[in-house]
Design a protein around this ligand. Structure first.
Ligand code: ATP
Ligand code: MG
Length: 425
C-alpha cells in the first residue's frame, strides 16, 4: 500500500507551528502495519496544494491531507481538492445542522463564514468532528482518473485535538476495510532506564540474533534518561517472534525494563503505589517540583501522592523538613546525609509510606572539586530506613532536572517492585 501524507499550512513554512501531524500520523499508521512512502508539507497557496495533491494522486493508494478545512480565507483545501477531482461542492444539511448546533449550544453567534464548512464534494463521505466544526472528508477517486488504480483521499482538520480523535475513531476502521494490511504485523516497545543505548545493544543483540536473522526488526531509540527497545515483526509467526524476543530481553535486562509501548515512568509509579495502597511524599531541591509535576500529570495521582516540599534554600530544608543545622554545616546541602534527612523529614511530616528527596548542583556555577556541577544525591526513606544514591548529571539545567527526576522515580520503582537496590553510578 502506497501512502502519502500532505500537511498544508503556511504557518508550517514559517516555522510558527511544528508539524506534529507528520510524526503522529506516521506513528499511528506504522503501529497498524502501514508504512508511509512520502510526506510533503506545503503552504496554503492554491497552485501548491493542487500540484502536490495531483502528483500524489498519480502514485498513492491512500492520501491524507491535513489542514485548511476551516472557515477563514486561507482554508482552501476542500475547494481546491474538489476542483481537482472534478467534484461539485454541495451543502450537507446534517453538517450544517451540527455547525449551527455547535454555536447555539455554546451561546455564541454563528459567523456567516462558518457555513462554508458544510460544503462537501459530491459523493464524499463526511467524518463528523466531535471537537470542532470542520468535518473531515473522504473521497474515493476512481481508477483511470489519475492512475490505473483507485485512490482513497482523506482530508482532516488542522487542529490536533480535532484531527487525532477523528483519525483514530473514523479513518482507522475505514482503512482496515478499504485497504487492509496484507500480512500480520506486530510492534512492541520495551522501555528501559539506567543503561546507555550501546550497553543495551551489547547485552541483548547477540541473544536475539537468531530472530533478527529470521527477519525480526530490532530498533533502539535513545531518549533522555531512557532507551526504548522496539521489535517489529511482519508476516507469518510475527506475534510469536516478538513474544520470544521480549522474553529474552526481560531475562537479560528485565530489572531495567520499566514499561511497555507508551508507558511512562510516572504512570508506572502511580500504578504500583495504587496497587499497594501506599502513599508518596517528596522533598525536592534542585528539581524544583518537577517530580511532583510528573506524578500529578497522571490521572489518579491523588490516591497515592501526599504532597511535597520544594525546599530550595538551606533554611527551607531546616524549616520544612527538619534537616539538622549540624548536617548542613558539616556535609553541605548537596550530600548523602542531607538527602537522607530530607527524605526522612518528608516521611515524618507526611506519614507516607515512601519519601523521595533530591538535592544537587544544577550549574552552571556552584560546583567544586569534590562536588562538581551535576552532582546529585537522591534519598529514599521508607518506614524503616533511609538511603541515598549519588549521580553525576552534566546537562543544561532543564535536562538536568528531567534526568534527575527520572533517576528518582526509577529508584522508587525499583524499591517498589522487588526491594532491589539500584546500582550506584
Ligand atoms: P481551523 O478550523 O482551526 O482553521 P483547519 O482545518 O483550517 O482548522 P488549519 O487552519 O490548517 O486547519 O490549522 C489550524 C491550526 O491547527 C493551526 O494554527 C495549528 O495550530 C494546527 N495545525 C495545523 N497543521 C498542523 C500540523 N501539521 N501540525 C501541528 N499542528 C497543526
Ligand atoms: Mg484554518
Amino acid at each position: 500500500v502506497q501512502i502519502e501524507i500532505i500537511n498544508t499550512g503556511s504557518e508550517l513554512m514559517l516555522g510558527r507551528v511544528l508539524n506534529t501531524h507528520q510524526q503522529w500520523l506516521c506513528r499511528q499508521l506504522a503501529d497498524l502495519g502501514y508504512t508511509v512512502t512520502r510526506q510533503t508539507a506545503i503552504s496554503d497557496e492554491a497552485p501548491q496544494i493542487q500540484n502536490v495533491v495531483r502528483e500524489a494522486l498519480a502514485r498513492a493508494d491512500l492520501i491524507v491531507v491535513t489542514g485548511g478545512l476551516g472557515p477563514t480565507s486561507d482554508d482552501r483545501t476542500r475547494e481546491l481538492v474538489a476542483e481537482l477531482a472534478g467534484a461539485e461542492l454541495v451543502c450537507d444539511d446534517e453538517v450544517l445542522r451540527r455547525i449551527t448546533e455547535f454555536f447555539t449550544s455554546r451561546k455564541r453567534p454563528m459567523p456567516e463564514s462558518t457555513k462554508v464548512q458544510a460544503l462537501v464534494p459530491r459523493g464524499a463521505q463526511v467524518l463528523m468532528n466531535a471537537h470542532g466544526t470542520a468535518p473531515g472528508l473522504v473521497m474515493e477517486i476512481p481508477a483511470e482518473k489519475f492512475r490505473p488504480a483507485p485512490t482513497l483521499l482523506v482530508m482532516l482538520p488542522g487542529p490536533p485535538r480535532e484531527l487525532r480523535p477523528m483519525f483514530t475513531a473514523q479513518v482507522v476502521p475505514l482503512l482496515q476495510t478499504k485497504l487492509p494490511c496484507e500480512s500480520e504485523f506486530v510492534c512492541r516497545t520495551l522501555k528501559t532506564t539506567g543503561l546507555g543505548e550501546s550497553r543495551v545493544e551489547e547485552i541483548i543483540a547477540p541473544e536475539l540474533k537468531h530472530l533478527t536473522d529470521a527477519g525480526l526488526e530490532l530498533g533502539y531509540c535513545a531518549r533522555i534518561g531512557e532507551v526504548d527497545v522496539r521489535f517489529v515483526g511482519r508476516g507469518c509467526g510475527a506475534q510469536q517472534n516478538v513474544a520470544e524476543a521480549e522474553s529474552i530481553v526481560r531475562r537479560l535486562i528485565g530489572d531495567r525494563v520499566f514499561g511497555v509501548d507508551d508507558e511512562q515512568l510516572e504512570t508506572v509509579i502511580v500504578r504500583l503505589l495504587t496497587e499497594r495502597k501506599q502513599m508518596l511524599a517528596l522533598a525536592e531541591s534542585c528539581t524544583g517540583g518537577w517530580i511532583a509535576n510528573r506524578i500529578t500529570n497522571v490521572p489518579g495521582a491523588s490516591a497515592i501522592f501526599w504532597g511535597g516540599a520544594v525546599s530550595y534554600a538551606n533554611d527551607a530544608k531546616l524549616k520544612f523538613l527538619g534537616v539538622q543545622e549540624q548536617t548542613l554545616a558539616t556535609h553541605g546541602a548537596v550530600s548523602e546525609e542531607t538527602a537522607r534527612e530530607m527524605a526522612e523529614g518528608a516521611r515524618r511530616a507526611s506519614g507516607a509510606d515512601y519519601a523521595v528527596s533530591v538535592t544537587g548542583i544544577a550549574g552552571p556555577s556552584g560546583g567544586s572539586d569534590g562536588k562538581p556541577v551535576g552532582t546529585v544525591f537522591i534519598g529514599l526513606a521508607d518506614g524503616t530506613r533511609s538511603r541515598a544514591y549519588k549521580f553525576l548529571n552534566r546537562y543544561d539545567r532543564e535536562t538536568f532536572k528531567y534526568v534527575t527526576s527520572q533517576q528518582a522515580l526509577e529508584i522508587l520503582r525499583r524499591a517498589l517492585v522487588a526491594g532491589t537496590q539500584p546500582a550506584l553510578t
